[in-house]
Write a protein that binds this ligand. Structure first.
Ligand SMILES: Cc1ncc(COP(=O)(O)O)c(C=O)c1O
Length: 359
């Protein structure tokens, strides 16, 4: 089977540090947590970074940091993983679905402008499949309307627009380190931002509501434990060191792939020249005469693992039933996109020949 994902980490790379952790018996809140956090900060050039258990917990904390409350409206990109809207729903706020470009798959600025109301309190822009294409334009609109911008950069570590890395563009950025991502800690996430005004909030809330004064903890608020253990942080540190090389190599594979299957009618997600794209997922629109689900099944029978692009949030059963506001472009992309494996050594020739035989 040609697998969709290949993790960029081996046991040999972490063995020494894992041994050190086991011998010390110090499994959390140690030097590797601090090192990984510092590395994320330095890599993104953000002023502040915090680690979390996932992008979902990171996004939830971002909304709380911005004091988003029940009945507030939060505009979200509609082509994403459901977590993007779920975090809004979970705090009782209302996700307003903004449709996306059929080329870049990212939030349309016209959609954002149209959907801003007096109830809008924040915007969540998703770097679709890792591409931040258009985020600066969205940021400008947010600034014009005095709205905070959260970047759902779950897929986007290693990407940038205009030379500015994801993590240092929006007011708050949230990353995921799930195994589907380029950099994985098994599960995990991070929050980055530049504004000092959020520091106390995250310091206290991510530490059970505690501050440490006069040699003891004082629980001045209620809070959470979204910590990442030492072992996982070692994995993160090792992958971050080689992330730029990984991104380069995935772009090389992407270029070969695009050249080979564009003549078959597949249209790749457009990424502008201002973008460095990490190629988190190599996604194509399938030709109009092809049924995507049947193609995925055929490829599976031929030993090639593929999947859909991602989801139209407004079209999922829950959100469609509740809000009845399905966005046409996001729906079209959900039904007509396919993700191919994209890593060094993937047998592109076999995949292309298999596609050529598909009737
Ligand atoms: C765009 C997007 N946002 C949020 C998430 C949730 O990430 P996590 O699994 O780390 O909570 C994902 C996961 O795939 C995602 O793709």
């Amino acid at each position: 089977m040609i697998k969709l994902i290949k993790p960029y980490i081996s046991f040999e790379e972490v063995e020494t540090e894992f041994k050190e952790i086991f011998e010390s018996g110090w499994f959390t809140k140690g030097k590797f947590v601090e090192e990984f956090r510092e590395d994320i900060k330095n890599y993104t050039s953000a002023k502040h970074a915090y680690l979390t258990t996932s992008a979902t917990t990171a996004l939830t904390m971002a909304l709380k940091a911005l004091d988003i409350k029940a009945c507030d409206e939060v505009i979200v990109s509609d082509f994403s993983f459901p977590a993007t809207a779920n975090v809004v729903e979970d705090i009782g706020a209302i996700p307003i679905f903004a449709d996306v470009s059929l080329e870049t798959f990212n939030m349309l600025s016209s959609e954002l402008e149209n959907k801003i109301t007096t109830k809008t309190k924040a915007v969540i822009f998703v770097d679709a499949l890792g591409s931040p294409d258009g985020i600066h334009e969205i940021k400008k609109i947010c600034q014009k309307h005095n709205l905070p911008l959260i970047e759902d950069g779950a897929c986007a570590i290693g990407s940038s627009e205009f030379g500015i890395r994801c993590g240092n563009i929006a007011d708050i950025t949230c990353f995921s380190f799930h195994p589907r991502k380029l950099l994985t800690t098994g599960e995990g996430g991070a929050i980055t931002f530049n504004d000092n005004k959020f520091v106390d909030f995250f310091d206290i809330k991510l530490n059970h509501g505690a501050v440490f004064t006069d040699g003891k903890f004082d629980f001045v608020d209620y809070g959470y434990n979204y910590r990442v253990p030492e072992l996982q942080c070692v994995m993160g540190i090792k992958q971050l060191q080689k992330l730029d090389i990984i991104v380069k190599s995935r772009n090389t594979t992407r270029d070969i792939f695009v050249k080979a299957i564009t003549p078959l009618g597949f249209e790749v997600q457009k990424v502008s020249s201002d973008i460095i794209y990490n190629v988190q997922s190599l996604v194509f629109k399938v030709p109009s005469n092809i049924n995507r689900d049947e193609l995925v099944s055929y490829l599976k029978e031929c030993g090639i693992e593929t999947t859909i692009g991602t989801y139209c949030l407004s079209g999922t059963t829950y959100y469609a039933n509740k809000y009845n506001d399905v966005q046409p472009n996001a729906m079209h992309l959900q039904d007509n996109t396919i993700t191919f494996p994209c890593y060094d050594g993937v047998d592109i020739e076999y995949i292309v020949n298999t596609l050529k035989l598909y009737k």
